[in-house]
Design a protein around this ligand. Structure first.
Ligand code: GLA
Length: 406
């Protein structure tokens, strides 16, 4: 298993290297270096655009941005990870139009656009990025890129954004500029998570609570299994799920599916009996979508109750039940994710589920620390036996959200 978290000294060194690289690229020192993490979601999937509950935690993997202000209003961006083929992209905020580029630079451009649109006095900047968040693995590399850019600009221009507002602006950049209809979970996780905690977030009002999640202290490990199956949220399947949920809410006469109490689910499903399935044969019908969202919100509440009661092992079956709901009702899983979950269970894991948007990406697996290597080995063997590419497996250590490093 690879663990890229490294000790604090390594992180400091990486920040200094990023500052040094900035100097090589732009010919002057940066004003600072900022970081924002990737995330996994413990429970609460496809609930955030239904005003529901989510519970992500930040990974030790981060996107760093070294930045300096520019007086001419221009935004120049450069990536150390191959994005843009090592070239500096020059963006003139006044000329930025939504969905104009199509490359990685759309994310920082979208942030500059969203800040200006909100009437905030943001000027230009030179930015150099360095990231250890795997791209396309369902671990929110794009939210990390958005949030680190927003935080750097916030501090360079003294905008005084709260973390919640910053997350909302980053979501707006992704929705309205990049054109991906995501919810608020990933940006809030990157902006607000703290070391050693999972973040309980009510996505209706962004009220949040840091829930202690001391895996090591409990003798547990949360493994991330990156299936290496890539899927973009931008294509229609994610939007189809959203549309189906909105249709369910309309048919039930509620503002959002969050407003359907768990105890009312049987009556709600009866009431939807006449609703026909969706336009996409592979997607869920309205009833299945409603059942997933309402039961998933309930699972988040149950997970929190167990964590508050000091029973972290008891969350295992809830994770696995969440996976079954995403696979069978909401239909956002895939063969590789199902296999990871199944092989984990067969090898004695406490629970497992896909995490993030689905259709590929990653699963999370809760295991006894002593069994972690065995379970990881069994998952890898199962992938080989099924003819899938080897998954990438590493521990999710609950880590800090966005912050200034230098
Ligand atoms: C993606 C989106 C989030 C959320 C999850 C599913 O990660 O960006 O807003 O909807 O899918 O829970």
């Amino acid at each position: 298993m690879t663990d890229t978290s490294g000790p604090a000294a390594d992180r400091e060194q990486r920040a200094r290297r990023t500052a040094e690289r900035f100097r090589e690229v732009y010919g002057a020192a940066p004003a600072g270096v900022w970081a924002a993490p990737g995330r996994v979601n413990l429970i609460g999937e496809h609930t955030d655009y239904n005003d529901g509950f989510v519970m992500p935690l930040a990974l030790p993997h981060t996107t760093l941005a070294a930045a300096a202000p520019r007086a001419d209003g221009v935004l120049r961006v450069h990536s150390g990870d191959g994005g843009g083929n090592g070239r500096i992209a020059e963006l003139r905020p006044a000329a930025l139009r939504p969905a104009s580029g199509g490359g990685w630079a759309d994310y920082p451009a979208g942030i500059a656009w969203a800040l200006r649109e909100a009437g905030l006095p943001v000027g230009g900047a030179d930015l150099h990025y360095d990231s250890t968040v795997p791209v396309g693995a369902g671990l929110s590399s794009s939210a990390a890129l958005e949030v680190v850019t927003a935080l750097a600009l916030d501090e360079l221009y003294g905008l005084g954004l709260t973390r919640q507002r910053l997350a909302r602006l980053a979501q707006r950049a992704e929705n309205a500029f990049v054109g991906v209809p995501c919810g608020i979970m990933d940006q809030t996780a990157a902006a607000c998570c703290t070391d050693g905690h999972a973040l309980f977030l009510d996505t209706r009002d962004l009220v949040q609570r840091q829930v202690p999640f001391d895996l090591a202290g409990a003798g547990l490990r949360l493994l991330v299994v990156d299936t290496r199956v890539r899927h973009e949220l931008g294509d229609g399947a994610y939007a189809q799920r959203r549309a189906m949920c909105e249709r369910g809410a309309r048919a039930l006469g509620v503002h959002a599916l969050r407003d359907v109490p768990y105890a009312h689910l049987p009556a709600a499903l009866d009431g939807l009996a006449a609703e026909r399935g969706g336009p996409d044969a592979d997607g869920p019908d309205v009833r299945a979508a409603v059942r997933h969202v309402v039961t998933e919100n309930r699972r988040v509440e149950d997970v929190i109750a167990h964590l508050d009661a000091g029973e972290p092992r008891a969350i295992g079956p809830l994770l696995t039940a969440g996976h079954a709901s995403l696979r069978d009702d909401f239909r956002v899983s895939c063969a590789e994710l199902d296999l990871a979950v199944e092989a984990a269970g067969a090898a004695g894991a406490l629970g497992a589920r896909m995490t993030g948007g689905g259709f590929g990406g990653s699963a999370v697996v809760l295991v006894e620390e002593a069994a972690a290597d065995t379970v990881a080995g069994r998952i890898t063997e199962a992938f080989a036996a099924a003819g899938h590419a080897a998954p990438r497996i590493f521990p999710a250590v609950p880590s800090a959200g966005a912050r200034r490093l230098l």
